[in-house]
Write a protein that binds this ligand. Structure first.
Ligand SMILES: NC(=O)c1ccc[n+]([C@@H]2O[C@H](COP(=O)([O-])OP(=O)(O)OC[C@H]3O[C@@H](n4cnc5c(N)ncnc54)[C@H](O)[C@@H]3O)[C@@H](O)[C@H]2O)c1
Length: 208
């Protein structure tokens, strides 16, 4: 936010637990009252709590589904009435390649990311005649802290980056900006024919 403001942009933040429908509703209501409408939602928040399924306790399953699945549903549900009121909008969900393929230790996470793909298609179909587009990005391995627990189970971050060629053919982790660029395109009118789209931004990971 500070970076946006530093270059003359306008930005405001609010701390919200997306696994609470009431908190998400309140955030969207406040944003609409401040900015007089909402035409873009990027559903980005996520958790990755890896493990072998038979060892994963209930609270980890609940948290993963609450944040990664319910959080996205709540976000979409909150903005849709406002988008209907202004004749349209664009929703961009951030899933992961695990919405399409799984990886070791990611059964629960993959289930949540697969749901992100299908909820995108559901919203896209139900609101296509109302001008609301909904697309999903499936990133590959991006250099952020969400991966650290998973990296530990796979032999450590250094090992991952030394061998990244073996699973992400571009041979390097993605940078957050490269995912943001995809979201920017999908949010914009340049993507006017795209709805229900599943866009891999993954350095070739799902091309193998
Ligand atoms: N980093 C990757 O390799 C990668 C790849 C594919 C997809 N993704 C997805 O991209 C999205 C962003 O992840 P990231 O890589 O920036 O990870 P990150 O850990 O840096 O960011 C995740 C953010 O979500 C927030 N968060 C967690 N639970 C929350 C909750 N209940 N309510 C509100 N905020 C909450 C955290 O505070 C954190 O700021 C996630 O959905 C993730 O699954 C990441």
């Amino acid at each position: 936010m500070a970076e946006i403001i530093a270059v003359g942009g306008v930005a405001e933040g609010r701390s919200v637990d997306v696994s609470s429908g009431a908190e998400v509703d309140a955030m969207v209501d406040a944003a609409v009252s401040r900015w007089k409408g909402v035409d873009v939602l990027v559903n980005n928040v996520g958790v990755n709590l890896p493990g072998l399924l038979h060892e994963v306790p209930d609270d980890i399953i609940d948290k993963t589904l609450d944040v990664n699945v319910k959080g996205r549903l709540y976000g979409c549900r909150a903005v849709i009435p406002y988008m209907l009121a202004i004749g349209g909008g664009s929703i961009v969900n951030i899933s992961r390649v695990n919405g399409l393929v799984s990886e070791p230790f990611l059964t629960v996470y993959s289930a949540s990311k697969g749901a992100g793909v299908m909820l995108t298609k559901g919203v896209a179909l139900d609101y296509v005649k109302h001008g609301i587009r909904c697309n999903v990005i499936c990133p590959g391995w991006v250099d952020t802290p969400i991966n650290h627990a998973h990296a530990k189970l796979l032999g450590g971050l250094d090992h991952i980056y030394d061998t990244i060629d073996s699973f992400q053919p571009i041979g390097r982790p993605g940078q957050p900006r490269e995912i943001a660029n995809g979201a920017l395109f999908l949010a914009s009118d340049e993507a006017s024919l795209m709805t229900g789209g599943v866009v891999a931004v993954d350095g070739g990971m799902t091309s193998q």
